[in-house]
Write a protein that binds this ligand. Structure first.
Ligand code: BES
Ligand code: ZN
Length: 646
């Protein structure tokens, strides 16, 4: 087959010349008139295809996504109406997904599905047969339905299965209040297809509405307009009027209560968690206003947060209008709210301007980390943001060390074809990405950089962007006008950290470094300075405990600071990791076990199980995991299963 790849309007397009020519051949038989026309059109096509910038390819600017079977340049979904019943007894969602579609070529529309039970499909009201493609263990299957250019609507009737990776059905024991069951979804990166048949590429946007029926003691909420009270009959209607990529479709159902924070902001949580959460997130409206002052209007109307049960596998997930959050950030002292700033910042970077494929993930996360730190700096000062920046940089150094600085996964732009996109979701995208932007800010000055970012969000709102598209845009709108000659290619397409990585400094950590030094020299814990420490100082301290420290000295620290009993999940996790690495953990195994059985946040689980494995204590790791596994979401069990070889 003669396939030619060429660039056109910022994207790579593949033309199958042999297919084109065979279509042409058929037409040529029809009449000589047509023959002449065809020859002219083929010639025109070949001429224009070879001269890059001239081709007008409608919608072909959606680049091909290696993780989706959808062919949006032929047929694209534009609106989804979801109608589902949540059956908690059987742990099944069942109902239909009705799509408004737009067909511009081809005779089928392709959706992504994984482990879904498709029962029937209809096109414009008529039953039609659907086809399923081969099953791939990462991508799942294509679901295709025959359509024509005139087709307007496709209905897919389906049920979820017990393999639906996005879903976690919790029994009452696994919730905070232990009275009612709970369900939540996690769509990013390619899990939405396990509960909704969809064109599951971040390069495709749809609006949606949904009708959800659940038991009447429970409330359903989505990444959409939400209720603030339970309905009498357990039925809920939702609307998401702004177009979003399918990975941001999200649902949670549980015994939820709602409380206001500010005029556009509020919190959903199980009743026993609501007051604590409202206190913790008191500054949320201020955060939103600070974000708007930085980079322009918030375009999603409301911003609420739902505090989920502790098995939620992430810290936070930026589902539009309703961030999903782990309860492990409810520290009682508002010290972990940079996570809220992060998820809020995604309302611009990620949700308004979306990475076109998962290879461009750094465009979502790098911008968001930069933006998050700017919000925190605006509200709590530079000293505060500097601590976050330094802790993030420590994570980045570890990741680069673990991967190796020449590893392709340390490039900002990734190549995740044939791999699980999850593999590319490391600190590189987050912290190296944010450092790249800080470097640019330092070069051009904050004022110009902020104006550039505001315009960047405005121009690309509700659009997707590839790394190439970003490079072209920044070259034209920031680098050239300011005569900046930066090593952008090195940042984006090389490993490790370039030499112009911004320097790091934190004044608040200077006193921590002194305590570290004193403790290393004397093994005596100081208590005078530490009493004013925030979570961040504690993390810096724990991370820097000398590797030569004896288990006895660690026991002394534990006694002085009660670290093993810390109710702050960040501090506890950092301390448990250090205790395992320095062989003190045998004294505190019950606390470690209790933590691992309760909390399902993967960021905490992976380092702890890995540290046990590296201590050659797979037996302890596996014994704990056996008790804990049932409490974890599939995102976490997939990682830990692979780590422990179970
Ligand atoms: N969008 C991510 C979470 C995510 C990434 C889910 C990739 C699935 C695949 C979210 O915004 C995030 O980055 N969460 C972080 C917290 C943040 C403060 C760095 C987390 O969950 O730890
Ligand atoms: Zn993020």
């Amino acid at each position: 087959m003669a396939i030619s790849t060429f660039k056109c309007n910022d994207s790579q397009i593949q033309i199958d010349y042999s297919a084109q020519l065979s279509i042409v051949y058929l037409r040529m038989k029809i009449s000589t008139m047509t023959k002449a026309l065809c020859i002219i059109s083929v010639l025109l096509c070949i001429i224009s295809c070879n001269s890059t910038e001239q081709v007008n390819a409608p919608e072909a600017s959606t680049p091909s996504d290696p993780h989706s079977y959808a062919r949006p340049s032929e047929a694209k979904a534009t609106h989804l109406s979801l109608d589902l019943v949540a059956d908690f007894d059987n742990k099944i969602l069942s109902g239909s997904a009705t799509y408004d579609i737009s067909v511009t070529g081809g005779n089928k529309i392709y959706f992504d599905i994984k482990d879904l039970d498709i029962t029937s499909t209809q096109v414009d009201g008529k039953d039609v047969a659907f086809s399923l493609g081969d099953y791939d263990k990462i991508k799942g299957q294509s679901l295709s339905v025959p359509v024509s250019n005139a087709t307007q609507q496709v209905v897919i009737n389906y049920k979820t299965t017990d393999k639906a990776l996005a879903l976690q059905w919790l029994n009452p024991q696994q919730t905070a209040d232990k009275k009612h069951p709970f369900l939540f979804t996690q769509g990013q990166a390619i899990l939405t297809r396990t509960w909704v048949p969809c064109q599951d590429s971040p390069g495709i946007r749809i609006t949606y509405d949904a009708d959800i029926q659940c038991p009447k003691e429970l409330m359903a909420v989505m990444s959409a307009s939400n209720p603030t009270e339970k309905s009498a009959d357990g039925s809920y209607h939702f609307e998401m009027k702004q177009p979003i990529p399918p990975y941001l479709i999200a649902l949670a159902i549980g015994d939820l209560a709602y409380g206001d924070i500010g005029k556009q902001t509020g919190v959903y949580a199980e009743p026993s968690m609501l007051e604590k959460s409202l206190y913790e997130f008191e500054d949320m409206q201020m955060m939103l206003e600070a974000a708007e002052e930085l980079y322009g209007p918030y375009l999603w109307d409301r911003y609420d947060v739902i505090v989920l049960p502790p098995s939620f596998p992430f810290g936070g997930m930026e589902n539009p209008r309703l961030t999903f959050a782990t309860p492990t950030i409810i520290a009682g002292d508002k010290s972990l709210t940079s996570l809220i700033a992060h998820e809020l910042a995604h309302s611009w970077s990620g949700n308004l301007v979306t990475n076109a494929t998962w290879n461009d993930f750094w465009l979502n996360e790098g911008f968001t980390v930069y933006f998050e730190r700017r919000i925190m700096e605006k509200l709590y000062g530079k000293d505060y943001a500097d601590m976050l920046d330094l802790l993030g940089f420590q994570d980045l150094e570890h990741t680069i060390h673990d991967l190796g600085e020449t590893h392709a996964d340390t490039h900002l732009h990734l190549d995740l074809a044939s791999r699980d996109p999850d593999d590319g979701m490391t600190d590189i995208a987050y912290e190296k990405g944010a450092n790249f932007l800080t470097m640019l800010e330092l070069q051009v000055g904050r004022e110009k950089f902020d104006a550039f970012l505001t315009e960047y969000f405005n121009i690309h709102k509700f659009k997707t962007l590839t790394t190439d598209g970003f490079k072209k845009y920044i070259t034209k709108h920031l680098l050239e006008p300011n005569n900046l000659d930066v090593n952008m290619e090195e940042w984006i397409h090389s490993g490790g950290l370039p030499s112009n990585t911004p320097p790091k400094q934190s004044t608040r950590f200077t006193s921590v470094d002194q305590v570290v030094a004193t403790f290393s020299a004397t093994a005596i814990p100081t208590t005078t300075i530490t009493k004013d420490w925030s979570t961040h100082e504690w993390l810096h301290f724990i991370r820097h405990i000398d590797t030569e420290t004896t288990p006895d000295a660690l026991a002394g620290l534990d006694k002085a600071y009660a670290l093993s009993d810390s109710q702050n999940a960040e501090i506890a996790a950092a301390w448990f990791q250090k205790s395992i690495e320095l062989n003190y953990y045998q004294h505190i195994t019950p606390q470690i076990e209790q933590f691992l059985v309760k909390v399902g946040r993967r960021k905490f689980l992976t380092p702890l199980y890995r540290a046990l494995k590296e201590q050659n204590d797979l037996a302890t790791a596996k014994a704990i995991y056996q008790k804990a596994r049932n409490n974890y979401h599939a995102v976490s069990t997939q990682t830990i299963d692979a780590l422990l070889g179970v």
